[in-house]
Design a protein around this ligand. Structure first.
Ligand SMILES: [Zn+2]
Length: 265
């Protein structure tokens, strides 16, 4: 599932391909992918407009158009962009296709239809409406602000990291990486964590996300002490070589190392 590093990679991909190319036509192939707008209106809003800027917040991508409005993209479990001239390549489930004035197209592909595409007038309003917390890589989210977000929060640390209203961008996969890197058990209660523990989580979060963004969210390019290159039950812990185990938190199946990540009490 696309998390912050993946969506940042999509943002850069858009920037390197369709940015500044006038949209000459829009095909909506599956209308249920649209959120809060019908196909005809979506087409009218995007057509003959030129993408001029981009902004990412958590797992949401915003593309600014030359009339001041914004296209919004969420990638669900399986979403991605594909830019092409004639052969759409790996894009086998295009849901919205933008034709561009250089003869190329940009497909928003989403096989499982769990992503969402829409329009908005201002990203800040959209973010407020979705009740999203601060972006996990926002420069404003320093260790102190992170502690403020977590203090007094009930529940487990992995749930808090994945809760998009607390903090936007981290999901099942990257919360596992973050917690392994700071050697913390996923079910540790937030209320049992000291300020120092929370600083460790914050540090690991920034390190893991920055590293993953630098490596274009490609599992094969991740450092040797990340789980991502071999993310499966029974795989070896990349830190100690022990067996990783499945752990269910907030309805998601995470992975952790019982040797490296012990409960405090
Ligand atoms: Zn281990």
């Amino acid at each position: 599932m696309p998390e912050l590093p993946d969506v940042e990679t999509f943002r850069r991909y858009f920037g390197a391909t369709a940015m500044k190319k006038k949209i000459t036509d829009v095909q909506v192939l599956r209308e249920e992918i649209l959120e809060g707008v019908g196909a005809e209106r979506y087409r009218r809003r995007a057509r003959n407009r030129t993408p001029v800027s981009s902004h990412r917040h958590g797992k949401h991508l915003f593309i600014g158009l030359d009339d001041g409005s914004w296209l919004t993209f969420h990638f669900g479990m399986t979403g991605f962009f594909k830019y092409y001239q004639d052969d759409p390549g790996e894009s086998e489930h295009p849901r919205v296709v933008f034709s561009l004035d250089n003869g190329y197209r940009l497909a928003y592909d989403c096989s499982r239809l769990l992503g969402r595409v829409g329009v908005c007038d201002a990203p800040d309003d959209f973010i407020a409406e979705k009740d999203l917390g601060p972006d996990a890589l926002s420069p404003d989210l320093d260790a102190e602000s992170f502690v403020d977000l977590m203090v007094g929060r009930r529940g487990m640390i992995k749930s808090a990291l994945m809760n998009q209203s607390v903090l936007a961008g981290v999901g099942n996969v990257y919360s596992d990486e973050i917690l392994l890197q700071c050697r913390m058990h996923p079910k540790e209660k937030v209320t049992d964590l000291s300020e120092n523990d929370l600083h460790r989580v914050h540090g690991a979060m920034r390190e893991v996300l920055t590293t993953a963004v630098d490596r274009q969210a490609d599992p094969e390019r991740m450092p040797g002490d990340f789980i991502l290159p071999a993310r499966e039950e029974g795989a070896s812990c990349p830190v100690c070589g022990g067996g990783l185990q499945k752990i269910a938190v907030s309805g998601r199946n995470g992975l952790y190392c019982p040797r490296c990540q012990k409960l405090k009490n």
